[in-house]
Design a protein around this ligand. Sequence first.
Ligand code: UDX
Length: 437
Amino acid sequence: MKRVTVVGTGYVGLVSGAGISDFGNRVICADIDEDKIDRLLQGEIPIYEPGLKEIVKRNVEAGRLVFTSDVAEAISLSDIIFIAVGTPQGDNGDADLSAIFAVAKTIGENLNTPKTICTKSTVPIGTGKKICDLIQQTKNNGHSFHYVSNPEFLREGSAVKDFMHPDRVVIGTNYPEAFQVMREVYRPLYINETPLIETNVETAETIKYASNAFLALKISYMNEIANLCETVGADVHVVAKTMGSDGRISPKFLHPGPGFGGSCFPKDTRALLSIARERGLKFRTIQAAVEANEAQKDRMVEKLKKLIAAPLDSTTVAVLGLSFKPQTDDVRESASIPMIQSLLNDGARVRAYDPIANSTMAEIFPDIDYCERWESAVQDADLAVIMTDWNEFRGMDLNKLKVLMKNPRVLDTRNILSISELTRLGFDFDNVGRSTQ
Ligand code: UDX
């Protein structure tokens, strides 16, 4: 049993802390946010993430998982320290590393035994070296430390599953002993023969950006293929499915939509552009992926205006789905934000509904109407726009939708409604890259 401290209790920190304790280690999750820690101590989970509450409860009850706001003490009590604090996007597109460096400093000041220091947060390539330098400068004794980059690939909404059953675990370190330590931390995965990739720090840091940016690129590519499909009368779903059956392409992340959002893809693509720029490189593919994504969000607004074909200031629009993807209440960089903003700019009345993200969106748009059910949102509306592919919308009774709406018009930006049903019921509708006939 290893003694582990995870600093930061956001998505990555909390899921990792709970998962590492579930692997049989003793874990302290530490955060300077006292309010958050108080809530965790009372058994409350500050984020919506399927399965997280259960895994936290199980490990707290087993005595393997504790929470504290005393970060310094938490560091001094463990041999392995995971850095899992946020790296939000700064003003110039770079990742803001102030929280990372603050933790590095606290680690240096509390290096009371030899420790393994491991970064899980997504950090620009080269940050590992800066963290090492900072710990070296702050520590005031002869204890040594080994640095590891261990990027996390979890997706919101399936984060617990992703952590417990990863495709691979990346361990970037220049110390063979540290690799051994990490192998122990991830013992159940190692026994299960999950590939543990041993590499140097810079390679591990690069793998994370290269993977996320590639997936973002894949989505932007499919969104542009969808736009092409619209003009030539092709069906993007058949195109995507057939492309995906080629093992070299893979069927995943080929689903067109209103543009990718979330806390990772938008931030990581911009950060990668910034990293390349600093090194005098042009990253044309990623630049294109970012531009295509912005254009896709605008395109959804244009589609809506075309479909409604009337001045927006006299209309009511139901926005169904607010989170950037299903199974999360996270609205960061969600395509529904520019959609709502544009509707408000044009004077439309907006009625929004999301199964769980109403309150997070209310922090951005406090003055629109939030509904408790999709049926109330669409009541007497001139148009309903589906922005998130929640299953609840997939199973929507279209007969009922038609009866409730003032005008039966639907923009399905996630392609989840049946075209034949919409046609049969006489809806005016549009989607992304599929026929409307
Ligand atoms: C992503 C990565 O998948 C994960 O490995 C990394 O650790 C963090 O970033 P996440 O942001 O949680 O995870 O969501 P993801 O499921 O990847 O979706 C991101 C965005 O892309 C969402 O807005 C989603 O709707 C969109 N998307 C995804 C598509 O538009 N089409 C697709 O085919 C897949």
